[in-house]
Design a protein around this ligand. Structure first.
Ligand SMILES: NC(=O)c1ccc[n+]([C@@H]2O[C@H](COP(=O)([O-])OP(=O)(O)OC[C@H]3O[C@@H](n4cnc5c(N)ncnc54)[C@H](O)[C@@H]3O)[C@@H](O)[C@H]2O)c1
Length: 253
């Protein structure tokens, strides 16, 4: 599917990897609806990028809010062709630690936003995509989810995060199979360590130490590199049902 004139919904689009995706898609001639909880950043980005972008304050776990956001996207741009899911959170806590067993509320919250939120948006976006006229390749839509290398090499304290991202990897093939009938593809990107606001806040020294763990190139990933892969997935009809590590061959110890 060509990116030019495509209509994309990008969750978590106000920051980091989502923001880089929004910028890449707009540069490629797409229209984008940003769904994010950070209204200040989302509105600022939409204002900067102009008429090709709308922002909606949408909690990805809230069914009614996602439906209303999709209505707004269709109202503004006529349809939904692409859905990139970047909204996510990370919280560090061990299965059992000095404070006792892992707080179940924290575990539920991480699963709720990262895993259920992702599925909530993609299933409702797929409903809109299914109404599209297929293109010459028979495509009606493309979904890109965001896992993490923590789905495969989760570290200490990442049990909730890794479980949520493992779920995203696990849903990729069955969603591809479920949606094939409608001409909708899905791929998942599993990023390594990317220089997003979270990592920038850790300071130069920590960034240097983390960079040393990357096989090659020996640096953190650039959000623009995530945006470029998301676009490549949209534009490559034969990519489907797969999780792609984007990580400079890092394997977390
Ligand atoms: N940065 C990395 O190195 C890295 C590595 C692996 C995976 N990831 C994953 O990539 C995705 C993006 O990460 P990032 O580094 O760009 O993070 P980020 O914090 O910069 O951006 C995430 C965005 O999601 C939004 N968000 C959080 N909860 C939400 C909710 N319930 N509804 C709607 N929006 C919500 C936040 O407001 C924020 O704008 C996440 O899923 C993260 O787990 C990031």
């Amino acid at each position: 599917m060509k990116i030019s004139n495509a209509v994309a919904v990008v969750t978590g689009g106000a920051s980091g990897l989502g923001e880089a995706t929004v910028r890449n898609f707009v540069e490629g001639g797409a229209k984008v609806a940003i769904f994010d909880m950070n209204a200040a950043k989302g509105e600022q980005l939409a204002a900067e990028l102009g008429r090709s972008v709308v922002f909606r304050k949408v909690d990805v776990t809230d069914e009614a809010a996602v439906r209303a956001g999709l209505d707004a996207a269709v109202g503004a741009f006529g349809r939904v062709d692409v859905n990139v899911n970047c909204a996510g959170i990370g919280m560090a806590m061990k299965t059992m630690g000095k404070e006792g067993p892992h707080d179940l509320g924290v575990y539920r919250k991480v699963l709720e936003i990262n895993l259920i939120g992702t599925f909530n948006v993609l299933r409702l976006a797929a409903e809109r995509m299914a109404a599209n006229e297929p293109n010459e390749d028979g495509e009606r839509g493309v979904i890109v989810n965001t896992a993490s290398v923590a789905a495969f090499d989760g570290q200490k304290g990442q049990v909730a995060y890794s479980a949520s991202k493992g779920g995203i990897v696990g849903m990729t093939l069955p969603v591809a199979r479920d949606l094939a009938f409608y001409g909708i593809r899905i791929c998942t990107i599993a990023p390594g360590l990317f220089l997003t606001p979270l990592f920038e806040a850790l300071g130069e020294k920590v960034v240097e130490q983390l960079s040393a763990q990357v096989t090659f190139p020996r640096r953190l990933g650039r959000p623009a590199e995530y945006g470029a892969l998301a676009r490549h997935i949209v534009e490559s009809p034969y990519l489907n049902g797969e999780t792609i590590r984007l990580d400079g061959a890092i394997r977390l110890p």
